[in-house]
Write a protein of this length. Structure first.
Lengths: 372, 372, 372, 372
C-alpha cells in the first residue's frame, strides 16, 4: 500500500538548498514518514543554474522564476533557501497558494514582516518550519529532556555562543548578509544561540544588548568599498522567565572558529556543557555522583538518544551536519501529516526575530528591554 | 542527456545494509556521478523482512532468496552486507554472473577464501569494493597526502587502535562475530586499524601478534552457554617496508569506548594524532613552526579537505558516519565507470585478511612472521 | 658573599597564607633573587593558631596580634592574607611603619579605600604587590607578548571568564566573601577575569554591568539564615581603549566548575584560547598557517616560555598553582630590589577595584559607564 | 618541642638535583613530617658547579667529591641524581656508611647491579627510595584505589605509554642516556610506564618485547658521530598475574610529545583513562551510570584526593611536576621514621629493572618470557 505523495518545490540551490535536498532524500530512508516525498521543481535565478541543480539534485522540473512553483497546484510544500530579503515575499506567495512553507532562518529581516508571515500562515492553516537545524541534534534533545526532568535542579545560569570566522577577513565582500534590513552577525548566527537558549531554558523575558560593527566597510564587488551598517558581534545579557540569568554572543569575526555553537547551563544539581565543534557529545556534571568521583561526563550520542539510533545502531559513530537537516525534515513532515506539532514553526521563527530586534533596540538605547 | 543506469542488488538489511543504501542515495546528490543509481532488488532471509526493507529503503523488488539477484540480468552491482561467512559464496555467485561486487569487510573469514574471491573477480573483470569506510574520511585523505608529501619527514613510529565495547558485557550473546572461522575482535575491528595503518604508512612487512580471549563463553541464545574460541583483543607489533615500526590493537571489550579508531604517526619533521571519536579533526605537529609556538594543531575538516566541501561549504560543520559510506560509494562508482582506480578492491581486502591471519599465526607461534 | 636579608611578616594562615609561604620558600630555589628571604613572624587570630602555623610553615616568631609585626623594625615586608575587610587597616599600618606590602586581592572592599592605600604606599615609597597570581602564568606572559608583538594583528574581540562552584550550594554558610562591602562573585573572582583582560588587551574604557544575586540567603552559622546582598554572578560588556569589544563573567555558583578562568582573544590575524583548567597550555590560531593546515595549536608550556624553564627543564611537565605564587614572589622581590618595576602594585589593584565598582554601578543604573 | 634532624647530602645538581631540593624544601611546608630536613652537603663534578649550586639551592656545604658526603657522619640521607652509571657505586658507598639512599631511576643500568644494591640496602637496614615520581600523583593514587576497591570490576585490559620527543632530533648529541649499559628509551621512560602498570594492576608475569633503534648514530660532541646501540622505542605486550593483558610503549622520539605518560585500564564494570599531559585529571567510565547518561567522567584533582588538599584547599587549581617530588619526599621521610612502608624502595626499583631487562631479552629472542 503506497503512501500519499508530498511534492516539493525548492527555491535556491546554494548551501542551504543542497542541505534541504539532503534532508528530503535522507529523511525517508531513516524515518518512517507518512508521505512519499517527491522532488518536484527547483528554482534559481537563471535557467542554467536551475537546470544544473535539477540534474544534480534530482528534481523533475526546473525554473528561473520561483513564482512558477507557487502557481503549480502539484506542489505541496515550498522550501525557501533564497537570501533573507526574499523570504517574506516568497513565503506569502506560497501561503496564498495554500502550500506548506519551510523557510530558512531568519524568517524575515524584520519582526514585523515575520509577524505578517506568521499570521498569514496561521490563517491559511498551512504548516510551517524555520531552519534552526542545530535544535535537531539528539544531544540537544537530551539536554532539554534532562533540564525538563529536573536532572540539573533549578536552572540558574546560562552561557550561549555562536561564533564563526566567515566574515573575519575585512577583504571579504559585501553580501546579502550585510543588508541593513535584517543582516548582521546577531541575526545570522546569534539567532541560533538565542533559539538554543530558549529551547533549553524556556522563554527569555528581558535582554540587554551590545551590538557592534568592527569592520566598517567591505569591497562592494565592483572595485569600490561599501559601508557596513550591520553588526559583526552581537551580545546580550538575558533574563529567563524561570529565574535564570545568562548571556549569549553571536560573532562572525571570531578568527579560527568554524562552529562554536556552544552552551553551558548551570543548575542547582548539575550542569551541562556542549560544543557544536563536537556535537555528538554532551558533557554532564551531577552533584549526586559520589564524592571524589564527580566530574563532567562525556556522553557520546548513541541509540539511547533518539533519533540517533535510526541513523546508526552503534553509539559514538556520529551523525553529521546534514543529518540534522534530515531530522528537521522528518519532524516537519510528521507535523504536516498532523502526527506531531510543528517542531519550529513561523511563530517560533517570529519569536527569534523579536529577540534579535529587541537586543538591537536595547543596544541602541543602552538599556534593558522586555521582550514584548 | 541522461546518464546510463547502474542497478543495485543489496543483500542484508541490518546496520550495514542501511548504511549502503544511505551511500547509494546520498552519493548522487553530493557527487557528480557517471551513472544513475537505481535501487533494484533487496534481499533478506525472510520475505517479510525483505519486503519491509524494500518499502523503507526504497527498492523496486524484494526477495528472500539472494540468488534471485544473481540470476537477474538487470542487476549490475551487488552489495553484500550479510554476515561474514556468507561473503564468499555470495561474491562468487555475483562474479560468476558478471556483476560488480561491493562486499562488507571482512572480505571473507579466511584469506584463502578471500584469495579465491579476488582471483575470480580479477578474472571476470568486474570491479570490486570492500567496506573499509573509515578510510573514506577526508581527514584520513589529508593525513595520507601529508605523509606522502613528506610533511612529516620520514615516518618512524605508528600507533593504531580500534577499540569499542560492544562485546564487553560477558552476558552479551554469541553471534556470527564469534564464529571460529574469521570471527574475533582482530578480524572485526582490528582489521580497520590495519587498513588505516597501511593506508597511511604503506605496506607492513612483519608482525608479532598477541591475540587473546578474555570472555571464555557466552549465552548461546537457547538458555545454555557456548565456548568462545575467538579473540576479544588482538594486538600486533608492526614493521613497515618504509622502515617505520609500530603497533596496533583491536579490542571489542574496551569498556566505555564507542569508536576509538585512533592513530598517531611520528615522523622526523612532524606528527599526526587522530581519533575517530572526533573524526572531523586531524591534529598536526610541525617541527618547522616557530620556536615557542609549536604544538599540535587542531585542523577541522573544511572545503580545503576534499570531498568535505561537497557535503558542506562551511568548515567545522562536520560530516557523519553515513557520509563516509557516501564517499565510499562515489569512489567505487567512479571506478566502475573507469574514471579512477578501485579505491579498496578485493585484492586490498585480501591483503587485510592476510595481515589478520598472519597476526593470528604469529600469536599462536609466539614469534614474528613475515607478511607473505 | 651573602645577600642582604629581607624579613617577612605574614598575616593569615589559611589558603593564601600557605600559598604565600610556598612562594617565599620556593622562589629562592627557582630564581636568582637579590635578597635572602627570612620567614620572621606569622600572625593569626589566636596564639594557638599562630604557633601551630609557625611550626608547620617555618617562621621564627608567632603572634596573635598582627600589630606586633608592624611594630617590629626587623620586619621588611608584610604579607596580608587575612579577609578583605582587614586589608586596608593592615596595609596602612604596614605602610606607616615603612614596610613593603604584599596584599591579597581584592586590595580593599571599596575603591576609595584602595585609593587611600595606594596613595599612602606611593607617598611612603614602599613597594607593593597585589595577589593576582593567574597573571604569573608563563602562558599568560606568552599570550601578552604575542598580542603586543602583533602576532594576532589588531585585537577585535575578547571573552573572559572566571567561574567556580564553591558557592553553588545554597546551604553553604555566609562568609566574609558575602560581606556587602566588597564581597560577591564579581569582586572575588570576576576581578581575576578583569585583571587578565587588561593584562592582555590593555585598558578597558567602558563597561555595562549585569550583577545578580541568585541565592538570597545563607545559613548564618548560628542556626538561622542571613540575607545575602552580594552577587553570585557578575557579567560585563567591555570596551577596550584599543578598539576591541568583549565581555567577562565572574561566577561562583557554576556547578561543576573548579577553575574556569578562561579567555579567548580574537584578532585580525590570529586568535588565542586558554583555560586555567589546563593552564600549562595556550591554544593559538594563525591565519598565516598554510591553507588546509590551519587550526588551533596546542602550545605546551616549556623552557621557551620563561620562567617555566627555571621550574623544569623539560616542556610539558607542568607547573602547579603554587608555582604561580613563587613567580609572583620573585617578581615582587626583584621590584623591591629596584631591579624591575612592580609587577602588580597597589595602583593596579586599585584599578581592578575601580573596574569592579563601575560594573556594579553600571548594573545598578542599567546603563553603560566610563571607567573614571 | 623540636623535631629530630635529618641531614641531606645531594649528588648532582641538574634537572633531578633541583627537583629533589624542591621536594626537600617543599615537603615540610606541605606535610607534617617527623623530621626537620636540613640541606647539608651538595656535590657536583667541579668545585665551582658545586659551590654555585650550594648558594642557589641553599645547602650548608659543597664538594666536588661525592665521597666526602659518604664519609661525613652528619649526613643521614643521600640523594643520588647523577647519571645512571654512577648510581650503583654511589649507593653502595652510602649504604656502607649506613645512610638512607634516595636514588633516581633507573636504580642501576643492569638488574644484577640493582639486585646487589637492594641486598646491600636490606642487609644494612637503611631506607631506600627510587624516583618514580609519576606514581606520586594523587590521581594515580585514586586510580589504584578505585581498581583495588573493585570499582572497575575485574581488570581485563591495559594500555600504557610514556612518550616524549627529547631524542627525536637525530642531531641531538650522544649522552649518558645512550650508554649501552642500561640506556635507551625503554629503560629511561618506558620504565615509568612499567611502574605505573604494576602500580595500578599488580604484577606483570610475562612479556613479549619489541625494542628498536631508529637513529643509528649521533654526534659525539667532538665533531664525529657515534653509533647508538640503545633503543629509541621499546614496546611490550604484557600478561598480568590478575589475568589482564595489555601493552606498554616507551618512546623518546615521539615528535611533538612532551609528556605522554598515559594509560587506559578496562575492567568489567568500568574504565579509566589518564594522560600526564593533564595529570590533575582522571577520566572514569562506569557501566553503573544510568542508561543514556554514561560517559567518561573528567574527575579533577581536589581535596577529596589526598594529598592534593595539602597543596591547595580548592579543587581544580592543580599541582605541578615538582609537587610530585614533594609527595615523593614526604612518603620517603615518613618511611624513614618508620611511620609507613617505603613507597618505592630499591626492591621495587630492582623489579622495574627486571621488567626492562626481560623485555630487552624477549625482544632479542623474539619470544615471550616470564618475569623471573
Ligand atoms: N540553517 C542554517 O544553519 C543556515 C541557514 N542559512 C540561511 O539560508 C539562506 C540561504 O543561505 P545560503 O544557502 O548560505 O546562501 P547561498 O548564497 O549559498 O544560496 C542562496 C541561493 O538562493 C538563490 N537565489 C537568490 N535569489 C533568488 C531568486 N530570486 N530566485 C531563486 N533563487 C534565488 C541563489 O542563486 C542561491 O542559489 C539564508 O536565509 C541563510 O540565512 C544559511 C546557512 C546556514
Ligand atoms: N564497515 C563497517 O564499519 C562495518 C562493517 N560491518 C560488516 O557488515 C556485515 C554485516 O554486519 P551488520 O550489518 O552489522 O550485521 P546485521 O546483523 O545488522 O545485518 C546482517 C543482515 O544480513 C541478513 N542476512 C543474514 N543471512 C542472510 C541471507 N542468507 N540472505 C540474505 N540476508 C541475510 C540479516 O538478516 C541482516 O539483515 C558484516 O560482514 C560486518 O563485518 C558491520 C558493521 C560495521
Ligand atoms: N589570589 C587568589 O587566587 C586568592 C586570593 N584569596 C584572597 O586571600 C585572602 C584570604 O583568603 P583565604 O586564604 O581563602 O581565607 P582563609 O579563611 O583560608 O584564611 C584567612 C586567614 O586570615 C586569618 N585572620 C582573620 N582575621 C585575622 C586577624 N584579625 N588577624 C590575623 N589573622 C586573621 C584567619 O584566621 C585565616 O587564617 C582574601 O582576601 C581572598 O580574597 C583567596 C583565595 C585565592
Ligand atoms: N624521575 C624522573 O622523572 C626523572 C629522572 N631522571 C634521572 O635522574 C638522573 C639524572 O638525570 P638529570 O638530572 O636529567 O641529568 P642532568 O645531566 O641534568 O644532571 C646530572 C647531574 O649529575 C652531575 N654529575 C655527573 N657526574 C657526577 C659525579 N661524578 N659527581 C657528582 N655529580 C655528578 C652532573 O654534573 C649534573 O649536575 C638520571 O638517573 C635520570 O635517569 C631524569 C629526569 C627525570
Amino acid at each position: 500500500m503506497s503512501k500519499p505523495k508530498l511534492r516539493i518545490g525548492l527555491i535556491g540551490t546554494g548551501f542551504m538548498g543542497k542541505a534541504h535536498v539532503f534532508g528530503f532524500t535522507s529523511a525517508p530512508r531513516v524515518f518512517e514518514l507518512p508521505f512519499d516525498l517527491e522532488l518536484h521543481t527547483i528554482a534559481d535565478i537563471t535557467p542554467d543554474a536551475a537546470e544544473r541543480a535539477r540534474v544534480t539534485l534530482g528534481f523533475a522540473h526546473a525554473t528561473a522564476d520561483w513564482r512558477t512553483i507557487m502557481a503549480d497546484p502539484a506542489v505541496d510544500l515550498v522550501s525557501i533557501t533564497a537570501p533573507n530579503a526574499l523570504h517574506k515575499e516568497m513565503s506569502l506567495a506560497a501561503i496564498a497558494a495554500g502550500k506548506h512553507v519551510y523557510c530558512e532562518k531568519p524568517l524575515a529581516p524584520m519582526a514585523a514582516d515575520a509577524l505578517e508571515m506568521t499570521l498569514a500562515a496561521e490563517a491559511a492553516g498551512v504548516k510551517t518550519q524555520v531552519g534552526f537545524n542545530y535544535l535537531c541534534n539528539p544531544m540537544l534533545a537530551l539536554a532539554r529532556e534532562m533540564i525538563a526532568a529536573g536532572e540539573l535542579g533549578e536552572i540558574r545560569g546560562y552561557r550561549g555562543l555562536h561564533a564563526e570566522d566567515y566574515m573575519a577577513d575585512a577583504n571579504g565582500p559585501y553580501t546579502f548578509r550585510h543588508d541593513p534590513a535584517g543582516g548582521g552577525a546577531l541575526a545570522d548566527i546569534g539567532s541560533h544561540a538565542l533559539a538554543t537558549a530558549e529551547f533549553l531554558c524556556g522563554p527569555i523575558s528581558r535582554v540587554m544588548g551590545d551590538v557592534v560593527t568592527m569592520i566598517a566597510e567591505r569591497p562592494d564587488g565592483r572595485g569600490g568599498r561599501k559601508a557596513v551598517m550591520v553588526d559583526d558581534v552581537g551580545r546580550a545579557f538575558l533574563r529567563f522567565e524561570n529565574g535564570a540569568t545568562g548571556s549569549i554572543e553571536g560573532n562572525w569575526i571570531a578568527t579560527g572558529r568554524k562552529m562554536q555553537h556552544d552552551f553551558e547551563v548551570y543548575g542547582t544539581k548539575g550542569a551541562l556543557a556542549f560544543s557544536q565543534e563536537h556535537f555528538n557529545v554532551l558533557n554532564y556534571f551531577s552533584t549526586t555522583d559520589a564524592k571524589g568521583r564527580q566530574g563532567f561526563r562525556r556522553i557520546e550520542a548513541g541509540p539511547d538518544h533518539a533519533p540517533y539510533g535510526l541513523f546508526c545502531v552503534a553509539a559514538g559513530h556520529q551523525i553529521g551536519f546534514n543529518d540534522l537537516k534530515a531530522i528537521e525534515v522528518a519532524g516537519y513532515i510528521n507535523a504536516i501529516a498532523g502526527k506531531a506539532p510543528e517542531p519550529f514553526n513561523f511563530r517560533k521563527g517570529l519569536r527569534i526575530q523579536k529577540l534579535v530586534e529587541t537586543i538591537h533596540a536595547s543596544s541602541k538605547a543602552g538599556a534593558w528591554m522586555d521582550i514584548a
